[in-house]
Design a binder for this molecule. Structure first.
Ligand SMILES: [Zn+2]
Length: 494
């Protein structure tokens, strides 16, 4: 056979569109030409394809080989067609039976050693499965999450070109099982600030413990210089270790964004001047924003009231849903962002309000205006608030990082075993379904919500946090004391 054709997907401007790759071999002087894409892209693709084929032990025939991408797109694209280009060449050689790729898309980047690298275009595949344009896909292992909505028989996730070919020739079963591949680091990064390095602040540390265990969004506020950022930077040291599944998702996000992931829960702390594009990402040059890069970890927003209000408000839906939906042309992309938002704020523009040693010069109107920079709708989505105050460093606190991490880990494990997710992800009625409440705790919850005039969202948030305190104390039901703790960490913030 000297001709083959396979399907793939390419980004056309803001649209992802199916493309065909044809490969024809002829008895002319040996060469490999790739047509239908931008020249520079074709040149680098050619090098990667040739090197990957050679590294994988395939012989490149000494003939004239032409690979044509249809429809043509001469704008600079990504590496998403590399894998398809190598596969169509192998198919034209008869290395595997092309019938096995009927309605199957082949998509992914190639490294010079023949291994596959994930591509963001894969996130558009589910909409093509729905429209039945493709029935399944051959993908880099890190992208194989998107195959959930596809027929799995024909496709799968693979580590390398060679593995995909072996699969098509039925020499191996479906791509390697996900859990065999990723091993998140179990040890604590010695560079993290330890909780005992922050003096005192016993209550604020108790809040961080609840945040670490339940993954709750939270806010620290107080005068400038009181130690908000210092305390926040101790949070990563007490987070529970990453599960295998979380590790796979995080590694896929980082691999696609081209950033290096160290194997720990991400802790991202962008500056307050961050733009919407850099925070949320898009599918252009900066594909993943800080929000997605903090997936599975913490997004720390220092001086949150200094942020552009519209940028800040854009977080509202994604932090609640744990995913970011982007619409590009006709297709929807879903980027994961199950992050824990930790924010900190001064109480006034000059930052001195609440400082007993210096007088704040701001007018009441300025202070009111400043605090309105965060909407009540966004505050509703924040589960815990705590006012840091001067003198907090004098509070006695014997908590150690090891002890806190252990507590957070045990509590998180009980949440996963009980409901398959952290308490921060509980919605609506779930808060009363997943765990038993004592009659008096439930009555206290109802009274508190009414007397404080809580919205439905805030009421659920209060219940979520009470459950986390109950889990931290390894109690079988939610009792009054857990609710009192939750109420303590929801004092009116701003
Ligand atoms: Zn002030």
């Amino acid at each position: 056979m000297s001709y083959a054709k396979i399907l793939s997907l390419q980004q056309f401007g803001l649209n992802a569109m199916p493309v065909e790759l044809e490969c024809r071999q002829s008895l002319h002087l040996p060469s490999l030409q790739i047509l239908g894409i931008a020249q520079l892209q074709a040149k680098s693709m050619r090098e990667r394809v040739l090197s990957a084929l050679e590294s994988s032990g395939f012989r490149v025939p000494a003939r004239k080989i032409v690979i044509q991408v249809l429809p043509e797109c001469l704008r600079e694209g990504s590496q998403a067609l590399d894998f398809a280009a190598a596969m169509v060449l192998l198919a034209s050689e008869g290395i595997f039976s092309i019938e096995r790729l009927h309605k199957i898309a082949v998509l992914g980047g190639l490294r010079l050693d023949g291994s596959l690298s994930p591509v963001v275009e894969a996130l558009a595949l589910p909409s093509f499965f729905q429209k039945q344009l493709f029935s399944s896909a051959l993908l880099p292992y890190e992208n194989s999450e998107v195959l959930k909505s596809a027929q799995l028989d024909g496709g799968g996730g693979f580590q390398s070109l060679k593995e995909a070919v072996d699969f098509l020739n039925r020499r191996i079963g479906r791509g390697k099982r996900r859990e065999e591949v990723h091993r998140p680091s179990k040890n604590l990064n010695p560079n993290y600030l330890k909780i005992e390095q922050v003096e005192g602040h016993a209550s604020a540390k108790q809040m961080l413990l609840a945040v670490a265990a339940g993954g709750h969004h939270s806010l620290l506020f107080g005068p400038r210089g009181v130690g908000k950022s210092f305390l926040a930077s101790a949070l990563p040291s007490i987070l529970p270790p990453i599960t295998v599944e979380e590790g796979q998702e995080i590694s896929a996000v980082y691999a696609m964004s081209g950033e290096t992931w160290e194997g720990e829960r991400p802790f991202r702390a962008p500056h307050a001047s961050i733009s919407r594009g850099n925070l949320l990402g898009g599918l252009g040059k900066n594909k993943f924003g800080e929000l997605s890069l903090s997936h599975g970890g913490v997004l720390y927003l220092d001086e949150v009231l200094e942020m552009d209000r519209s940028v800040l408000e854009s977080l509202r839906t994604p932090i609640e849903e744990g995913e970011l939906r982007l619409r590009r042309g006709d297709y929807h992309y879903r980027l994961p962002c199950r992050t824990t938002l930790l924010a900190s704020a001064n109480l006034c523009p000059c930052g001195l309000l609440g400082d007993s040693r210096h007088a704040c010069q701001c007018s009441r109107a300025e202070i009111r205006h400043y605090r309105r920079r965060i909407s009540s709708a966004l505050l509703d989505r924040i589960d815990l608030y705590y006012p840091l105050h001067q003198g907090g460093e004098l509070e006695t606190c014997k908590a150690s990082t090891a002890e806190f991490r252990e507590l957070a880990t045990t509590a998180r494990a009980s949440m996963i075993a009980r409901q398959g997710k952290a308490n921060s992800r509980l919605q609506g009625e779930e808060v009363f379904q997943v765990k038993a409440w004592s009659a008096s705790a439930k009555a206290l919850w109802a009274d508190s919500c009414q007397s404080r005039g809580y919205s439905r969202r805030s009421s659920v948030a209060l219940a979520r946090v009470a459950i986390t305190f109950s889990d931290l104390m390894a109690q079988g039901e939610v009792q009054d004391e857990h609710l009192y703790q939750a109420l303590f960490f929801r004092s009116d913030p701003l």
